[in-house]
Write a protein that binds this ligand. Structure first.
Ligand SMILES: *[C@@H]1O[C@H](CO)[C@@H](O)[C@H](O)[C@H]1NC(C)=O
Ligand SMILES: [Zn+2]
Length: 581
């Protein structure tokens, strides 16, 4: 196709010059008009990937009121913007506010020793006066005790002259444990009783609290005010737009934050669509009085789901297994809620019309989640088949990491949606086989391809992993680390991990577009470029399907558009931009 010289200087600008339809308006050509006879903006690219089965590719679309109005292909006399458009990407499981707080806190990811942690804290404190005080605790995330050779303690901070006395709470890499300082320990009662579903680490010394035991720390933490939270959300959204995300599912929003999101969703800084999962003040309870279901008129915020937690995480042996861990044969992890209580609370939420999304990592937790969903569907469905009924309720398992083969069959039969983070597989591949042994790893763990028929929702679990969906796509397609490009075997590093579960590029893209939309009941609006859908798209330099897969893990998007508005442009000189171009 012949490209006009326009594209050299006008890579962003909406352009169309069809001989018959061309119509010039204030230097911008437009095509078609709205009900008031105003011209609609038109955008043409070298190619548009639509994810619309009827018409998988196009070259142009027009936008009206934040929605795609027309999508078409034009071969002749066409002036196009430089680049290749794809539907806007969604992250199916992340934590918006925590990600924003992470951007404003101590980054401990990859720290290799306690000394390095202390150094990073000191650097942060020097740049952020006021942090570490009683009213403004120092926060951070990303430590991993395997780098220290033991669990960290409050004393590791207290023994340092420069850090003594600070108030701090640092989250483990999987956010299932918190490490606090002596000043925080001093706020707790002398005798701390054990917590069901929680772990208070006492060896080699006090300071770390896991799973349900974290609640007593959270209760003491001086919550950031609304202004600070709004700042965190804004920072998070900017970063998300930068990697091509137009929407995300927030896997745990408290009622207070639901109210905050409802308010912020009307502001121009709210540039990422959010689908919320309500998290009750007390985990795994029934709290419908806390918030109504929400459907923001422009689709910027919605909530009709609830998050429950069946177990903890694999890294800290907290996930609940049917059989003991291979590397800790005296334990099989622990449930955060027993099977009958999980079923009861699931049924209560289903009666209330909520989608129920259960965090389940271990195969026992996944089994209990499926049991709970099956019981709730039986109660809800009457004469209808359970699978048809599930297509209305769309119950999901968040993580779906280790699932017994018998339970995989039940998931397929019922259509329970797996919500999967491909980069968890490639981050865990170093130790998963030690925890699980070869048989369970092969038959049960980190499945993707074999779950394709039940529309796996893909995501990253940011801030646990970076939010970049192209890293997720790379991990799904190659089953290798997007950070190194390597598999788990040092002798054969170009080989991915259990590649029989790898997805094709097309399948991975569906996981970050249409499946995420389906998992939030908005498949007619999100995940594709077609008439009536949200006008959300991403512009790339090259067509994805022609790219060398190794380039995908470092791919940088050129532009991101949400509701017909450009929210990110790589070309800094053009940023920030007005709404109306
Ligand atoms: C399950 O948990 C509930 C609520 O904590 C408790 O009342 C019940 O006795 C437990 N059931 C079993 C079988 O342990
Ligand atoms: Zn999560």
């Amino acid at each position: 196709m012949a490209l006009s010289p326009l594209l050299r200087w006008g890579s962003i600008i909406s352009v169309i010059a069809a001989a018959v339809f061309a119509y010039s308006f204030q230097q911008h050509p437009f095509l078609f008009t709205d009900v008031h006879n105003e011209p609609l903006p038109v955008y043409c690219y070298q190619n548009v990937r639509t994810h619309d089965a009827a018409d998988p590719s196009a070259t142009c679309f027009s936008v009206e009121d934040g929605l795609f109005r027309y999508v078409w292909t034009q071969d002749t006399d066409i002036s196009v913007s430089d680049g290749f458009a794809i539907p806007g990407l969604w992250d199916g499981h992340g934590h918006l506010l925590q990600y924003g707080e992470f951007l404003h806190s101590v980054d401990l990811f990859g720290s290799k020793s306690l000394d390095e942690v202390r150094d990073r804290i000191k650097t942060y404190l020097a740049a952020n006066p006021g942090a570490g005080t009683k009213g403004q605790w120092l926060r951070g995330i990303g430590w991993d005790q395997s780098a220290f050779g033991r669990m960290p303690t409050a004393d590791d901070i207290e023994q340092d002259d420069e850090l003594r006395g600070i108030f701090m709470m640092l989250d483990r890499i999987d956010v299932h444990c918190s490490w606090v300082s002596q000043a925080v320990l001093n706020l707790l009662p002398e005798e701390i009783p054990d917590v069901p579903g929680g772990d208070i680490i006492r060896d080699p010394g006090p300071g770390v609290f896991c799973d349900n035991a974290m609640d007593m720390i959270m209760a003491l933490w001086p919550q950031p005010g609304e202004e600070e939270k709004a700042r965190a959300v804004k920072s998070a959204m900017k970063e998300l737009n930068k990697v091509g995300l137009v929407g995300m599912h927030d896997a745990g929003v408290t009622a207070d934050n639901v109210r905050l999101y409802s308010k912020l969703a009307n502001s121009p800084d709210w540039t990422v669509r959010v689908y919320g999962m309500l998290e009750c003040a007390k985990r795994n309870t029934f709290c419908p009085e806390d918030t109504p279901q929400i459907s923001h008129p422009h689709g910027m915020f919605g909530l009709r789901s609830v998050k429950l937690f069946a177990d903890g995480a694999l890294g800290s042996w907290g996930s609940a297994m049917i059989e003991p861990y291979s590397d800790r044969p005296w334990t099989s992890g622990s449930l955060l809620i027993n099977a009958s209580a999980l079923t009861e609370v699931t049924k209560s939420w289903a009666r209330e019309g909520f989608q129920v999304n259960i965090h389940a990592i271990g195969d026992l937790a996944n089994r209990n989640a499926i049991d709970a969903f099956e019981a709730a569907l039986k109660e809800q469905c009457g004469q209808e088949s359970l699978a048809d009924c599930q297509s209305k309720h769309r119950f999901r398992i968040e993580h779906s990491q280790i699932i017994h083969p018998e339970d995989q069959k039940r998931m397929h039969a019922l259509g329970i949606i797996p919500s999967i983070q491909p980069t968890h597989a490639t981050s865990d591949m170093k130790y998963a086989e030690e925890r699980l042994g070869p048989k369970r790893t092969k038959e049960e763990a980190y499945r993707m391809k074999s779950l394709l028929d039940i529309k796996p929702v893909l995501g990253s679990d940011f801030p646990v992993e970076p939010p970049n969906p192209f890293q997720g796509i790379y991990a799904a397609v190659t089953r290798k680390s997007p950070h190194t490009g390597l598999g788990p075997d040092p002798k054969n590093p170009s080989e991915g991990w259990h590649t029989q579960e790898a997805l094709s590029l097309e399948e991975a893209l569906m996981g970050f577009t249409q499946n995420v939309a389906y998992g939030a009941f908005i498949e007619q609006y999100a995940g594709s470029i077609r008439r009536g859908a949200f006008a959300d798209w991403v512009v790339l330099d090259e067509p994805l399907e022609d790219m060398d897969v190794e380039k995908i893990r470092t791919l940088k998007v050129r532009e991101t558009w949400v509701a017909g508005r450009r929210v990110y442009s790589r070309d800094e000189t053009r940023w920030p931009l007005s709404d109306s171009e």
